[in-house]
Each structure stands twice: as C-alpha cells, then as structure tokens.
Design a protein around this ligand. Structure first.
Ligand code: HXC
Length: 511
C-alpha cells in the first residue's frame, strides 16, 4: 500500500512539475526576451502569498501537454481585496489557447462573476491552438460571451505582455481596460505576412500593433508602461479606485488633504484672452485629493482628459476638455474616449466630475465623413443615461452643442457650476457677429474696430454665465479658488442620490 508520505511526495512533485510549465529552457527563452513568466507576473500582481491556484492538475490535450496546460488561473488579493485572474503561459505551446485553456479561463471568470470580484487577464499567446482546430474556437467563443455578460457587473482588466493575435484580441477589446508594455506587446487581427499578401503593405509587428500604435492611433489600449513591473503596479493602483462589482461603492481612501482647502492660483488660471490656453491637468491637481490623478489614455485624443481621482476620499471619474490641445475641441476620437469612460463610471457607481472649456465640435469633411455626428451622439447618450452623481464646472467656453454635451443640466446633471470666466452661448462671438451683424459689418468704415466693439458687447451681454444662471441652468457661480470645497460639499450631498432609467432591455447607443 502507498504510504501517506509517498502520497504527499507525489502531490508535491506533481505541483512542482506543473509550476515548471514548458520547462527550464523555455523559461530561459522567456527571460531572454525581457519577459516575466506567467507565475512571476501573478506573484507581482497579488499581495505576497495570497495566490490560490485553481486547476493546477488540469491536463491538456495530447501526450506532451504539461499539467495545467498553457494558462495559470486562480484568485488572490490586491491590497487586501479579492480578485480572480489568469496568466497565459507562453512556455507551453506559445501560450496557445485550446479547449482546456479556454475552459480554465472560463471557469475562473465564472467564479469572479458568482462572487462579484474583478478579473485580471494577462495575455501572452500565439492565439488559437492550431492543432486543436474547432475546440480552440469554442474556447475563445466561451470567453467572449463571458466578457460580454460580465461587462458592467465586475471590472475586467486585460494586460498584453506578449503576442495577442487573431480573434484573441477580442477578449481584451471587450474588457474595460487594456494595459500594454512598450516592447514585446502587440495586438493585431492579422500578422504582417497576411497584411503583405492582402494589402501589399510592408509593416513590422510594432508598426502594425505595438503599444505606441494602440495608444496614439487606434485607442485600443488605455495604458502603456515601460516594463511589465510598472504595468502590474498600475493595475494594482487602478483597482484601488474601483468597487469590486456594480452593487458596491468604490473603496473610501482616507486623506489628510483638507476638505476646505482654497487655491488662490485657480483664480488666475484661466487667461482672459480667449486665444490663450492653459493646462486643465493643473486645475485637476490643484482641486483633487493630494494632487493625484490616475489618467487614462493620456496620448489618445489628448484634447479630452479622462481619469480617476478622489475628492475627500471618494473615487470620482474626471472628464475634462484640454484647452492646451486643439483648444479642447470635441471630435470623433475624444467623443468615443469620453463616452466609454462615462459609461464605465456609471456602471460602477463612480460619480462624474466634468470640467468644461471647449469651443465646440471640430468642423470639416474629415470629421463629417468619419461620422462625428454619431460619435458625438455617444457622449450625449452616455451623459443622459448616467445615473451616478454628476457635477460640472464651466471654466470658460461652453458654446452650442458642446454646452449641452458636456454634462449640462439638460442631460440630468445634478449640480452645475460656473466660474466668473465662463462663456455660455449658442456660438462664439466671431461667428455670431458675422451672422447677426453681417450688413452693418459690410458697411462699417473701420471693420476691425467694429468687430472689436461688437465682440466686447457680446462677451459682456451674451457670452457670460449669468444668463444661464438666470434660467437655473447653472446652480451657482463661484470663485475658482473655492472649487475644492464646493465640489466636496456637492458630492457629499449627492452621496445618497437615487435615480433610475425607464424599464427596457437595453438602449441602442449610436455605435
Ligand atoms: C500551437 C503554437 C502556436 C499556435 C505558437 N506555438 N503559436 N502552437 N498553436 N497558435 C508554439 C510554437 O510551435 C512553438 O513551439 C512555441 O509555441 C513558441 O513559438 P515560436 O514561434 O518559437 O515563438 P516566437 O518566435 O516568439 O513567435 C511567437 C509567435 C509565433 C509570433 C506568436 O509563434 C506565431 O506566429 N504563432 C502563430 C500565430 C497565429 O497565427 N496564431 C493563430 C492566429 S488565428 P515549440 O514546441 O517549438 O516550443 C487565431 C484565431 C482565433 O488565433 C479566433 C478566435 C475567434
């Protein structure tokens, strides 16, 4: 009979064998590329010693498949809070996804859903396991379905720490946030060889789907870091702003930053000349707790700034026009960026704070042919639909449709404020004068003086915050230096806000 010692030795040996994945040689190859292994990534992501592995002894298909196959799955804690996770193991058949890998990932996603905890997926894979054929596709399909059903219920985070090719890219694309690293990380539907055959383009993997491409051009990724270590640290930080699921509030984080802190600098931050700009991130760092701002997609559609911060310990999502980039104009990319973020915050009970200074939507054929109408409509839809507490401050320009879009009262915003520098009107002074005073302008002897006088008159009598306040569309006009305490008090007031949507299966956002 086998002794208990032998049984214990057997389980230890099998576990050790599973931990080796594809073996020492392939682990060395992984390190030589400057990449961590799946288990090293997990160790860095989770609180020390908190990892509980699931399916360690799940056998892959085929005689040479090591225990656990090409993915490590399980659960643990990050800053003491539960998460489920999976890390694809490139040392086993290039991290390729067959039936077993698909089932392991699906199982851990099911656990995350039934317990209401976030899922972090670390991708490093050659895609569908070619030898397995249809069962690989089944594996992907099951994951995509779970990504979709989990959307808005638990936060889903994808990290791309190696190849992520073919249909495999659709799982990260369905999740809430995608992290990439500057090197070794790429996502594309078809590789350079297929591209060459079909479109005759010569491209490298980095030109086709590297991190820079997905941050600067496609907007597929939300974060790019120099190293896997920095990326993993950022995932931990991101989770600190989020609740574990849609039924919870985000965690409260104690701050020593005074709730009544006044900032004199804010009184002079908006230049009086409408042609001069300023950096809205300076406003953000002066107002929110400890000057901290966790920015999302900093290099994509930089004319709109989005990210997380805290106000007196509470997580908030910030949506801010950036006057420093294209004067803060709204366009296709910034609308998509903003709308998706607004919907994320609304799904997870994170109040929205909108900082407004935009001349409006970008005119021109490029934007019109690209469908700026339907993309801009996404922002309207997202704000109108959001039931979380919504606050807005008009710092300077809020003209036309952009006034309505940027969390106006008319889209169910709760408290809207203006600084005395706010300009709220149907259109800017120049356009309005050309339309309303065209004949007088044509007849004027000194046209420059005529325009200057009319502009001054327009600014004083039309484009100011008082007309909007007179109608109750602005709840108060206050000195910029008082912004932090004013926002904090409004946010505390709204903490118990109740609001809902009409009963429906789901809406039909203009996609
Ligand atoms: C089975 C695979 C594999 C795959 C890699 N391997 N990809 N095995 N199925 N898809 C194996 C290799 O045979 C090799 O095995 C080991 O993994 C490491 O691969 P290398 O090629 O040596 O590594 P490297 O040079 O770093 O190149 C990595 C790579 C390349 C760029 C990912 O392997 C590659 O191009 N793979 C194929 C990618 C692909 O076309 N996948 C299908 C996409 S279509 P050994 O035993 O030698 O170590 C798809 C459809 C999904 O995914 C649809 C979902 C809806």
């Amino acid at each position: 009979m086998v002794s208990i010692e032998e049984k214990l030795a057997q389980v230890r040996a099998k576990r050790e064998q599973a931990h080796l994945g594809g073996g020492e040689l392939r682990i060395e190859k992984q390190h030589a590329k400057g990449k961590l292994t799946a288990r090293e990534r997990i160790a860095k992501l989770l609180d020390a010693g908190s990892f509980e592995e699931v399916d360690t002894f799940r056998a892959g298909r085929g005689p040479n498949s090591p225990l656990g196959d090409a993915v490590v799955t399980g659960f643990g804690t990050i800053n003491g809070r539960k998460v489920c996770l999976y890390a694809q193991d490139f040392t086993v058949q290039g991290g390729s996804l067959g039936e077993v890998v698909g089932q392991k990932i699906s199982k851990i996603m099911d656990l995350a859903m039934s317990t209401g905890v976030p899922v972090v997926g670390m991708n490093d894979s050659g895609g569908a396991r070619i030898q397995e054929g249809i069962t690989s596709l089944y594996g992907y399909g099951e994951i995509f379905k779970r990504n979709t059903l989990s959307s808005g219920v638990i936060p889903q985070i994808s990290a791309i720490y190696g190849p992520c090719a073919g249909g495999a890219v659709y799982s990260p694309a369905l999740t809430d946030f995608v992290f990439m690293t500057e090197t070794n990380s790429y996502m594309f539907l078809t590789g350079p060889k297929v591209v060459k055959t079909v479109t005759h383009e010569d491209v490298t993997v980095d030109q086709l789907g590297g991190a820079a491409v997905h941050m600067n051009k496609s907007g597929v990724t939300h974060f790019v870091h120099e190293t896997e270590e920095k990326s993993i640290e950022a995932i931990r930080q991101l989770l600190s702003y989020l609740p574990s699921n849609n039924m919870e509030d985000p965690p409260f984080v104690e701050t020593h930053d005074p709730h009544d802190r006044m900032e004199e600098t804010l009184n002079k931050i908006v230049p009086l000349s409408p042609n001069k700009s300023y950096n809205v991130k300076d406003v953000i760092s002066l107002v929110f707790d400890d000057g901290e701002f966790f920015e999302i997609q900093p290099a994509y559609a930089a004319n709109l700034v989005i990210g997380f911060a805290r106000l007196n310990g509470r997580s908030v999502g910030i949506v801010a026009n950036q006057p420093n980039v294209l004067a803060g104009v709204l366009d296709i990319n910034s609308s998509m960026k903003g709308a998706r973020f607004i919907r994320f915050c609304d799904s997870f009970n994170i109040p929205l704070i909108t900082l407004v200074d935009t001349p409006g939507f970008m005119p021109g054929t490029t934007q019109e042919y690209g469908g700026v109408i339907k993309h801009g409509a996404k922002m309207l839809y997202a704000y109108s639909e959001a039931t979380v507490p919504k606050l807005a401050i008009i710092m300077r320009k809020a003209y036309g449709g952009a006034y309505i879009v940027m969390s106006s009262k008319h889209l169910r915003s709760d408290m809207n404020f203006a600084w005395p520098t706010a300009e709220i009107a149907v259109m800017g002074a120049k356009g309005a004068i050309e339309i309303l005073k065209g004949r007088e302008l044509a007849a004027a002897e000194d046209k420059v003086k005529f325009i200057a006088d009319e502009e001054a008159d327009y600014s004083e009598n039309v484009a100011n915050p008082y007309n909007a306040a007179r109608h109750g569309f602005i709840d108060d006009i206050f000195e910029p230096r008082t912004t932090r305490p004013r926002l904090i008090r409004a946010l505390e007031m709204l903490a118990t806000k109740q609001d809902s949507l009409p009963a429906k299966k789901h809406g039909n956002i203009p996609l």
